[in-house]
Design a protein around this ligand. Structure first.
Ligand code: FAD
Length: 504
């Protein structure tokens, strides 16, 4: 095996494959002589999962670093803004709702407003403006704002297939990524267990120094060829099925929600994602609590008669992740590394983070690959643990009576790390120093929005002497009201903004 890493082969042409190719090729300037050669192999007859349309604000920087214009992302991928998540019917199932917005509370990092707000369940409204901007159907910025900037923090909703196509075209045209259509049959291994080459159909063989497995649920290279075990998370997160469909707008000019709407059901939840040309809607559920027919009935009840003739596509998945993510010269990115469920759109964010790590830490030779792999595994192991905890938090605080929701509150279904966090948060709520690792995915603000929105009330009275900054806190809360009113007057409606911006 050559010592220098010169060639990197990515297997899989879904979102994970093309996003990894673009991130790594852009970082390594693969259009220049002597730089890294990036090759992507994808099977023509194995479809991509075809969902995955909600993102996290990290995507702004990712797209910008790759070199794609934001307006191209909107034009080519039917993209709309995502300003956070609206969680309907998660607490009692009686029309209750709260927001997890992407903009942090006012005063964040200076003064925690939680002990001072008048109603902790309305924390997101009292401490931040984005809840009301979303409810009013407004865009996160106006025509005088620049690309990639916003008055409110945002991510995107886009068409998953169109996004992979955009990345493919851009990577091939501008970043010199080589594209091979071929189905990987197996890997040829060296004596040390590393992959020397992959065997493709038509007796073709592809050699590379590092292999990135983006084969989705099949985890062909890391799971099968490198025999890395799968760690199930089903004990904590019960969902294993989804029904997904595309819902046309009744009128071309219908409003587009600028947030993901996640509506709790008797044994799962329904996502509703507004793009410019259609909505992407799907029901995630746990098959041990709900049959496919019942789930389909839920989905049709949610969508009403306009969807009566639309049949959803079923997707099954196993909640969990690989024990390791990088073994020898093989690293898994995307669903080949793991997938727990779509709540909070963590999957594509992990692809961005993983690909960026590989790009920035690509060992110049294979001698130090072992150390890079060890660190990557430590970081990703930590992140998966945090994701499971954060997603579980959404379920375990519910007061819904159905068996599915009750099962989520059982002790044995709650990770120990989350139980410990909740004990601490019971008297002071989440704060920045709970999440001060450089590799955190969700800040304390995210936990605050979800916990307080779900009705969790810390007993701030136990250390009341710590919370004496009422004047300052009230000033910030009033300032938030002013900013909110100002934005409600000045920000344009979401669809109107996209149309006007793209027309300029
Ligand atoms: C119901 C559901 C909803 C989701 N919603 C979201 C969301 O809102 N936000 C989010 O961030 N994520 C979401 N995800 C996850 C997201 O869809 C994926 O993370 C993302 O699409 C990346 O998938 P992938 O590229 O890893 O796999 P895939 O899309 O499955 O792609 C696998 C690729 O590997 C290729 N391949 C497979 N085997 C071979 C072989 N032998 N030889 C050559 N090529 C091969 C296939 O042809 C394909 O190109 C969701 C997932 C599900 C199941």
């Amino acid at each position: 095996m050559s010592q220098t890493i010169k060639t990197l082969a990515i297997v899989g042409g879904g979102t994970a494959g093309w996003l990894s190719a673009a991130i790594i090729a852009a970082h390594h300037k693969s259009d220049q002589a002597n730089s890294l050669k990036v090759i992507l192999v994808e099977a023509s007859d194995i479809p991509t999962v075809g969902v995955g349309e909600g993102t996290w604000p990290t995507m702004k920087n990712t797209i910008r670093r790759i070199g794609i214009k934001e307006s191209d992302l909107f034009r080519k991928c039917f993209t709309a803004f995502k300003q956070g998540g609206k969680f309907v019917d998660w607490v009692h199932g009686n029309g209750d709702f709260y927001y997890h917005p992407f903009t942090v509370p006012l005063g964040y990092g200076r003064l925690d407003l939680a002990p001072y707000v008048s109603n902790i369940e309305d924390f997101a409204v009292e401490a931040n403006f984005q809840h009301r901007i979303c409810e009013a159907g407004l865009a996160p910025r106006g025509l005088s704002d620049n690309e990639y900037s916003g008055q409110c923090n945002y991510a995107y909703h886009f068409d998953a297939g169109a996004f992979a196509e955009l990345l493919k075209d851009f990577s091939k045209t501008n970043l010199d990524v080589e594209h091979i259509i071929g189905t990987v049959q197996h890997a040829n291994k060296l004596a040390d267990g590393n992959i020397e080459s992959i065997a493709l159909d038509q007796d073709r063989t592809l050699k590379a120094d590092l292999f990135i497995d983006c084969t989705g649920f099949s985890s062909l290279l890391l799971g099968k060829e490198m025999a890395v075990p799968f760690i199930s998370a089903e004990k904590y997160l019960f969902n294993d099925s989804a029904l997904a469909l595309h819902m046309p707008y009744a009128e071309d000019n219908n409003d587009i929600a600028s947030h993901t709407i996640a509506t709790g059901q008797n044994a799962g939840w329904i996502w509703d994602i507004g793009l410019t040309h259609r909505r992407g809607v799907g029901h995630v559920y746990a098959s041990q609590f709900l049959s496919d027919d019942e789930a389909e009935a839920n989905l049709h009840a949610y969508l009403g008669p306009a969807a009566a003739d639309i049949s959803p596509r079923k997707i099954t998945f196993k909640s969990g992740h690989r024990q390791q993510f990088w073994k020898g010269n093989c690293v898994a990115v995307g669903m080949s590394a793991g997938f727990v469920e779509p709540l909070e759109a963590t999957a594509i964010m992990l692809v961005e983070i993983s690909a960026r790590y590989i790009a920035e830490n690509l060992p110049p030779d294979q001698n130090i690959m072992r150390i890079t792999a060890k660190r990557f595994n430590q970081q990703m192991g930590y992140r998966w643990g945090r994701i499971i905890d954060f997603l579980k938090l959404h379920y375990m605080l519910s007061k819904r009576p159905e068996a599915y929701w009750q099962a989520h509150t059982e002790e044995a279904s709650i990770p120990d790390s989350l139980k410990e966090d909740l004990q601490i948060w019971g008297h002071r709520g989440p704060i920045n120093t709970d999440f001060d690792s450089a590799i955190e995915l969700f800040p304390a603000a995210s936990y605050q929005y979800v916990m307080y929105g779900m009705g969790f009330k810390p007993d701030f009275e136990r250390q009341a002497y710590l919370y004496k900054e009422h004047t300052q806190a009230n000033r910030i809360i009033q300032q938030n009201q002013k900013i909110t009113e100002q934005m409600l007057r000045s920000l344009p409606p979401h669809r109107q903004y996209i149309q006007q911006w793209l027309a300029t």
